[in-house]
Design a binder for this molecule. Structure first.
Ligand SMILES: [Zn+2]
Length: 298
């Protein structure tokens, strides 16, 4: 059997949130000292004190130069005793940001920040996109308002309730040859030369394991066995929960479907192409495999 090494990753599993405590009710908060998770598109605002590390700014720090941002802030929870609020702006200001403020891709935060900040950022993005898409009741068309007792939005006119939506998706690292080879694919949306793991959304009525088998069958014509759940990650692009699996090839040579996948092949640790950057569950599944010992020969 391969020896599984315990590895300390920069990117800690998000299911361990030792500090971040989400509330059970969506509410608005006016706290100038609150940590602000301010995003635009796939970027987020950070700051840095002279000689210090990158950090999320407070509401007061940002209001000083972006007063229009003070619009509705979404209360996300508390982190190390500090309130956390989220906001999203359609675009960053045209004029340059003050000296020590800058924007980075959300993926940069997911790759380098502690799990508490990552969780708060993911929560902010998922809840804001959900609230923006649920201004009116889908049943009767009347405005929705936040519930005082739980995470829901309620229609005062007809009583319909709406709750934050998370879209489960599976991602799988498939091995063969005793774990020495893995299946990687190039998605048409990827940069040239970048190969990743096969992934897809869980469909209605389907288990996560069935989704793994279906995606592999549909996208590359490969059958798998010995599925093993590994870990999960919130993936706020816009609202996924990625469920990471390992599986062994049970037959079939990769045949890309030509629609989503235009190239797929088996790779060894020595022949790896460009793989996803740290911060993604794909990279974490790959890193764990890369660090495994070779199987014993007897
Ligand atoms: Zn209604």
């Amino acid at each position: 059997m391969p020896c599984r090494l315990t590895v300390q990753f920069l990117f800690e599993p998000l299911f361990r949130m030792p500090q971040f405590t989400p509330p059970n009710v969506i509410s608005y908060l006016a706290d100038p000292a609150a940590l602000l998770f301010l995003g635009s598109g796939a970027e987020v605002l950070l700051t840095r004190d002279p000689g210090g590390p990158e950090r999320f700014p407070t509401v007061a720090e940002v209001e000083a130069f972006l007063p229009e941002m003070a619009g509705p802030l979404l209360f996300l929870g508390t982190l190390g005793g500090k309130n956390c609020v989220g906001a999203q702006v359609p675009a960053w200001p045209k004029e340059p940001l003050p000296d020590r403020f800058f924007t980075v891709p959300v993926r940069h935060v997911l790759a380098t920040f502690p799990p508490g900040e990552c969780a708060a950022l993911c929560r902010s993005r998922i809840l804001i996109q959900w609230k923006n898409a649920h201004r009116l009741c889908g049943a009767c068309g009347q405005p929705l308002a936040g519930s005082q007792t739980d995470m829901g939005l309620i229609c005062a006119a007809c009583g319909a309730r709406y709750y934050p939506q998370i879209a489960p998706a599976v991602i799988v690292l498939v091995t063969r040859a005793g774990g020495n080879e893995i299946l990687l694919a190039h998605n048409r949306k990827f940069a040239a030369g970048l190969y990743g793991l096969l992934a897809g959304f869980v469909e209605a009525g389907e288990s996560a394991e069935e989704a793994v088998r279906r995606e592999l069958r549909e996208e590359v014509g490969v059958e798998v066995k010995n599925l093993e759940y590994q870990f999960s990650q919130s993936w706020p692009f816009p609202n996924s929960l990625m469920l990471g699996y390992r599986a062994e090839c049970a037959g079939g040579e990769p045949r890309p479907d030509g629609e989503e996948i235009d190239s797929a092949a088996w790779f060894t640790r020595e022949t790896l192409p460009t793989i996803p950057q740290p911060g993604s569950i794909a990279r974490r599944l790959l890193d764990e495999w890369l660090l495994e010992d070779q199987p014993a020969t007897n």
